[in-house]
Design a protein around this ligand. Sequence first.
Ligand code: SF4
Length: 578
Amino acid sequence: MGIIYRVNMTDLSVRAQTPDECDRELGGRGLTSRIVADEVPPNGHPLSEENKLILAPGTLTGTGAPCSGRLSAGAKSPLTRTIKEANSGGMGAIALATCGVQAIVLEGKPADGKLHRLVVTPEGIRIEPAGDLAGLGNYETVARQFDEFGDKISCISIGQAGEMRAAAASIAVTDIEGRPTRHCGRGGLGAVMGSKGVKVIVVDPTGGKRPKPADPDAFRRGAKKFNAALAQHPLTGDGLPKFGTNSLANVINAAGAYPTRNFKDGRFEGTEPISGERQHDIILERGGEIAHPCHRGCTIRCSRTYVDENGRFVTKGPEYETIWAHGANCGIDDLDAIARMDRLDDDFGLDTIETGATIAVAMEAGIIPFGDAEGAIQLIEEVGRGTPLGRLIAAGAEVLGKAYGIARVPTVKGQAMPAYDPRAVQGIGVTYATSTMGADHTAGYAVAPNVLGVGGKVDPLKPDGQVELSRNLQIATAAIDTSGLCLFVAFAVLDDPAAMEGICEMLTGLLGRPFSADDFLALGKRTLAAERRFNAAAGFNPAWDRLPDFFRKEKLPPHDATFRVPDEELDKVYSEIE
Ligand code: SF4
């Protein structure tokens, strides 16, 4: 059991709290959503002192469980105005767990608007002035912390976008090399951190202790079984380490579901130069790295290190969603230009999906033409300079679309859709429409059975079975996000019963009481129910659980598909949960 720290940014005080009965076994999204649902006024402004930003490692984080280093951030979102949880890899969560932290709850906001730095150690948390960090990007911000504190620390920080309280601002988490490459990207939670006046949280775990399982033998047995299942699955054991997340580019393009030029086509003629296979070859030719873990203890290792022609580090990955958002969705087929955009997004602290989608809307508006890589880079640089156009870009696709009178804006509840067209993957359309957090592929990854043949097979072009599929995936995902496990473990969980058994055995060993698959799913249902309760109180009714109407009207080539899941079916997604 860890400590929940209440950090009041109004009077700059810190209170350590022992978790009560209902929070004792919670971590990650289960804990962040429980606190937001119970303590944040649903109708309050997301940037007001009433909102709270909660940072929580998962239940298994720090225990040595494979792939369990996720850090959840939760708050009311400035982008969607719903409840929001976004989680990230990197070393921040493991460092917090080693300091004995179950959660940090940032409350209030400084009356003078000044920025601060939090320093977390096993002894507690202290608040300091941020000094001359104001206005810096994430890279320079964290480099100064490593210079000052040494290489054992991890950092959780915001860049210029978070300081501007922009609705597409992310929270950066440093990776194993101390770079701010991992992000709680979605929903503008970096803006909430900025509104709390926190520039960076330095976590120094020196002298701390990892969480200890109550029954170490049971835990070890579970971890071994789980790891074996991950190693044996073709995606988690081979495809993801070798080609990374961007191995999806060719697959989704072949399925006719790769959104191209702001969701006008399902296939991009420039996919090959930005594919995972090409990325793999470029990285190895230039001396970069594949099969790279974003935190210690990740055995899947889907990340990579992208270097320029002279072998100098540019950025991590980039990941599939990032390459798509700045690539096919903008008509750009230049991987080096996309890597530069990813680096800028990470430095300024921007969600790469929202940023790419916003640039595509800017192209639709005629600000720059589709395919203009240098123009796209300049638009992101406007964010770093804080120009009026840069602030519009950082406010997200929906705001830019309104500013320029664009009708085709691919958002749900204000959040841009990721890299799967819902007309060609109907199951992910159900998830986009009904997720508690706006359009979010990670909320219920129906792409797996719709396209990848993982976890069964459901025809991606037909509405049949998609509601039940999305519901089950959304429940399982909420539980995985609570455990601190990386969502990519779900590929093995969906196909191999031993993976789920391993997770339950690890939780049994950790908690010292029997923990079944039913207990796991109950955790997911409870989390979703709390999130739905918050959203309903904030004014979100079933009419919000819809895709923009152009997805029902415009036919998507090459299948000439439209989104065909009826509204009354969408309204049944949560019927067994609430
Ligand atoms: S699988 Fe990839 S994203 Fe997940 S923890 Fe490992 S490196 Fe990070």
